[in-house]
Design a binder for this molecule. Structure first.
Ligand code: F6R
Length: 620
């Protein structure tokens, strides 16, 4: 939530503004209800900010007489304190003649108390934000200390809550100072210029050399280098790393929207997530986990913590991991985890799933699990993010940058990583027979990218159905077994992209209440397991289709190639390639993503940046 960019270059010019605006464009998915920049030249500070999308800021800047600068900061906002207005947009200025500017991601929980103190000193506020408090405090601290880094040190110890703060001051035009607590920040190292960003997308157009920071650290960047300190001033080191993708991966590559591009990235995302995780004989090798094998063998229960789409990947994982390992798996929504007094001990493996690695609820759940002695493994798509850094081990997904707010390729990569983890545990704890089964399933998983590629060429009818349904007011989704989380995911995609009431149900639950929703013409998607699924699953779902059809539902059936049993009861059959029952989610979810994308487009909505949302939910 909120995107932040900072830049210091070698000389005066328009480059700092260009860098920051480009960074904001790449970070806009993190928040898009207002945006602003501050530029520092020699002894002067210029700022501009506007409510609405980045284009409003661009238009305002085009009308401004923008001075040359050597340093710049920028912000794209997802509002927490104070609505999305020009006044509440960042940067906020502080001090005599407004010589200081600050941008902020997070929430300052004690801002009321601090504001009262500043009110009593006669400080005048121009916004309703918590951030402005930090601006005034920093300005006052700068007046006392004459140095922005010292000022930041003085102020951060007074702040409670989560924050990344970036500040510039007209009297120190050659530096940007930042601080982070429970909110993301990464350094980018250029040649004679340096960068700060909420994530590496902020500066990927300029450098792939990044530096990871810890919590409670202050960083000062200049054109020549960077310096990291703890909140108490103790010198510290960042951890340098190289970003493995380039700017092209964060472009639309000829597609109309990032979401469409990311749906088409899915075969690659799965292939890359599988890559290098088996040896020449097909055995799974997960040395990267660096967890003692004995400890993993001793795991007695698994708890998955995640939110939203990532939690549905966890639901799929439950079915697979329980079947392969016989270890009980429980799914906890990360924001509920702490409040349920969870049973976690040294034999509990707590698997967090997060695309961004910065979701505050999930990060808090991981910390809590560690405090209870649990063994924590993070499945994450973002190198060096908070959650993997704070976990005992990490299994990265390799989906590349996901820019569209609605998750697609990260979801498939998460499911893939869960399969890899489940099969690895089975191999580790099991017999030769288990190892052979793991090899067989890995072989099958390796075929999935090609199958998705083929499926994506057959989506014309789904697009057409979506266009016809642009006026639909409610859509239901049914599934059993691994089809159940896919029904939930189909409904979530439709809610967030098309603002349509959508519900996903376990098909067996229908008769216990929801069937009352069925009236003539009600569209219902049904995710049908393959005919080879265990426990007569297929037959049972076919019966569920008949039950709703008998009550007038319009049945949109997602079924495996060759499944003729569904035909008599389906208004539409959407075919997916064959695969083992537990691997089907990787295929059955694709038509539902495509459906939501095209229905949103047919309604003329913003597919990549749906209302009220932001990509990375960094506040609890
Ligand atoms: C929905 C969506 C969200 C995220 C959730 C967790 O399309 O993207 O439900 O899945 O906010 O985000 P991460 O995976 O970054 O922890």
């Amino acid at each position: 939530m909120c995107g932040i960019v900072g830049y210091v270059g070698p000389g005066m010019g328009s480059h700092p503004l260009d860098v920051v605006m480009e960074g904001l464009a790449r970070l806009e998915y993190r928040g898009y209800d207002s945006a602003g920049v501050a530029l520092v030249g020699d002894g002067s500070l210029f700022s501009e900010k506007r409510a609405g999308k980045l284009v409003n800021l661009q238009e305002a800047l085009a009308r401004d007489d923008v001075p040359d600068a050597r340093t710049a900061i920028g912000h794209t906002r997802w509002a927490t304190h104070g609505g999305p207005t020009d006044e509440n947009a960042h940067p906020h200025r502080g001090g005599t003649e407004g010589k200081l500017a600050v941008v902020h991601n997070g929430i300052l929980e004690n801002f009321h108390a601090l504001k009262q103190e500043l009110d009593a000193d006669g400080v005048e506020f121009t916004s309703e934000t918590d951030t402005e408090v930090a601006g005034h405090l920093l300005a006052a601290a700068f007046e006392r200390t004459g140095d922005l880094t010292r000022a930041m040190q003085d102020v951060v110890v007074r702040l409670e809550g989560a924050f990344t703060l970036l500040a510039v001051h007209a009297d120190q035009p050659d530096k940007v100072v930042a601080a982070r607590r429970n909110s993301p920040l990464v350094i980018g190292l250029g040649d004679g210029e340096n960068f700060l960003g909420s994530d590496v997308a902020a500066f990927i157009g300029y450098t792939k050399q990044a530096v990871e920071l810890d919590q409670d650290q202050i960083v000062t960047i200049t054109a020549r280098g960077y310096e990291v300190r703890g909140f108490d001033g103790t010198p510290a080191e960042g951890r340098p790393y190289e970003v493995t993708w380039d700017a092209a991966a964060a472009e639309k590559s000829g597609f109309d929207t990032f979401m469409e591009k990311e749906i088409h990235d899915q075969p690659q995302a799965i292939a890359d997530t599988l890559l290098g995780r088996t040896d020449a004989t097909g055995q799974l090798i997960l040395d990267e986990l660096r967890i003692d094998e004995e400890r993993l063998r001793g795991v007695e229960r698994i708890t998955v913590v995640a939110c939203g789409t990532a939690s549905y990947a966890g639901m799929v994982a439950k079915y697979a991991i329980e079947q392969w390992t016989r270890i009980p798996v429980e799914i906890a929504l990360a924001h509920e985890f702490r409040y349920s007094d969870p049973v976690v001990d040294a034999r509990t493996l707590v698997v967090s799933i997060s695309q961004s690695g910065e979701t505050a609820d999930t990060a808090m759940a991981v910390r809590y699990a560690r405090s209870l002695g649990g063994l924590t493994v993070s499945i994450c798509n973002t190198h060096g993010a908070t959650i993997p850094r704070e976990s005992d081990a990490v299994l990265y997904t390799h989906a590349g940058p996901e820019i569209a707010v609605a998750s697609t390729k990260a979801f498939l990569a998460q499911i893939t990583a869960c399969y890899v983890l489940g099969l690895y545990l089975a191999q580790l704890r099991g017999t030769d027979e288990h190892a052979a089964k793991a090899r067989e399933l890995m072989g099958e998983l390796n075929e999935v990218p090609e199958k998705i590629g083929a499926l994506l060429t057959e989506m014309d009818r789904v697009e057409e159905i979506a266009r016809f349904m642009a006026d639909t007011r409610a859509v239901l989704f049914l599934g059993r077994h691994v089809g159940y989380p896919i029904a939930m995911e189909g409904a979530l995609k439709l809610k967030e992209l098309a603002y349509i009431h959508a519900e996903g149900f376990a098909a067996g639950e229908l008769k216990h209440g929801p069937i009352a929703l069925i009236e003539p013409g009600q569209p219902v998607f049904i995710v049908v397991p393959g005919p080879d699924a265990p426990n007569e699953l297929h037959k049972k779902v076919v019966s569920n289709i008949q039950e709703i059809r008998a009550r007038g539902a319009r049945t949109l059936v997602i079924a495996q190639e060759g499944d003729q049993d569904v035909v008599p009861f389906a208004d539409e059959v959407i075919r997916v390639p064959r695969t083992s029952p537990l691997l089907q989610p990787l295929l059955t979810v694709v038509p539902l993503q495509v459906f939501a994308l095209h229905l949103s487009t047919a309604k003329g909505l913003d597919v990549d940046q749906p209302r009220n949302l932001a990509k990375s939910v960094t506040v609890e």
